[in-house]
Design a protein around this ligand. Sequence first.
Ligand code: BGC
Length: 395
Amino acid sequence: MVTQLRAGFLWGASTAAHQVEGDNVNSDWWVREQQRPPEQRSGSAVDSYHRYPEDMRLLAEAGLDAYRFSIEWARIEPAEGQFSLAQLAHYRRMIDTALETGLRPVVTLHHFTCPRWFAEHGGWLGERAIPQFERYVERVTAILDGVDWVCTINEPNMLAMMESLAAAYRSGEFSATVEEGRPPVLPAPDPQVGARLAAAHHAARAILKSHTGAAVGWTVAAGALTATPGNETILREVREVREDFYWRAAREDDFVGVQAYSSQQVDERGVVPTPPSPDNTLTGAAYRPDALGAAVRHAWDVTGGVPILVTENGIATADDERRIAYTADALRHLFAAIDAGVDIRGYLHWSALDNYEWGHWEPTFGLIAVDRETFERVPKPSLAWLGNVAKQGGL
Ligand code: BGC
C-alpha cells in the first residue's frame, strides 16, 4: 500500500536559534554557559545568524520545502520593554529568504532560551511572566506575514523539567543518583511551571490568531513510554505529568508538534534508565526509530485528533548511514500511523545542521556538517537522501 500524504505535506528540517546562530549574549543560557569549560559553550555556534541564506539554499537544493527555525526573544527584547527594530528586521529577512528559496517557514517563538532580564525576574514563575511574553509575541506578529505555521513554545515539558532539574541539583538529589553509578533519569516536569507555560501558550495563541492567519500550536517532547508487565497504571501516572498534560493543552490548537527520538520503559519505580548499550546514540538514548510512530499515535489519542506536524525527529550519530537507516525506519512507522488514520501534516528532521546540543558539541544530529573554525558547510549524504524522499513524496 502506498501511503497517501496530504496535499501540501511539509518536508523539511529544524533548528533553534541558540543552537545555531552564535553570540546570543543576552540570553539566560549564555549566562549559564559561562560556568562551563569553553568547549562546552555555544560561542559563535555555527554562525547561522549570518549564514542562514546558505543553510536554506542547501536544504532547498536537496529537495526539501520547509524550514523550522526560531526567533530569539533575547535579541528582539534585549532589555525589558526595549525592542530592537533591527533584530525584528533580521528575522523578517529570514522569513523572506525562506520564501524566496522555496522553503515554507515554520517559526518557533520560544525554544528553551529567554532574555536574561526575564530569568532574573523569576523566569516563567515570575509575577509578570505572561504579560511579558504576550508583549514579545505581539511585537513579533508584525513580521509574520506569509508564515503559515507558528510554534509558540518548544517542548514546554522539557522546559518545566529543567526547573525540576535545577531544584534537584540544588538539593543534591540529582548528583546523588549520578554518584551511585545509576544512569540519571530526568526528573518529572515541575507542574507549576507547566501550568504557567500552558497559560502563556494560550495567551500567545489568542494574539497570533487575532493578528495573523498562521496555524498555531506548540511542540511537545514525546517519550514514547511503555509499561513493563503489570505497570500500566504507573505508566498512566508518569505519562500524565511528563506529557499528557501538555498534549491536552493543545486540544484547541490548529496543530500540535510531535518531537520524538527514542523510547523508555516504566516499571513500578517509574521511568527505567536506558541501560548502556553499543547501540545507544551519542546522547545515550536507545536506538528506537519506532518511537515516532508510537508518539504520533499517542498524541493523536490524547489531543482527541488535533492535526500533527512532526517538528523534530532524528538521531545523534557520527555515522551518517545510521542516520539514514534510522530515519527511513522512523518514516515507515510514521507512514503506518498515517495509513491507520492519524492526520500528519509534515515531517521536519532534527536537525538541519550539526549544532550546539545544550552544553555539548559531540552529539551530532545534522544533515549538514559544519567546520566550527571556518563555518564551512558540508552536506552529508543523509541530506540528499531526505531530499529525494521529499521529491518522491515517500520512501
Ligand atoms: C530539542 C532540541 C534538541 C533535540 C535533541 C529537543 O529536545 O527541542 O533543542 O537539540 O531535542 O536533543
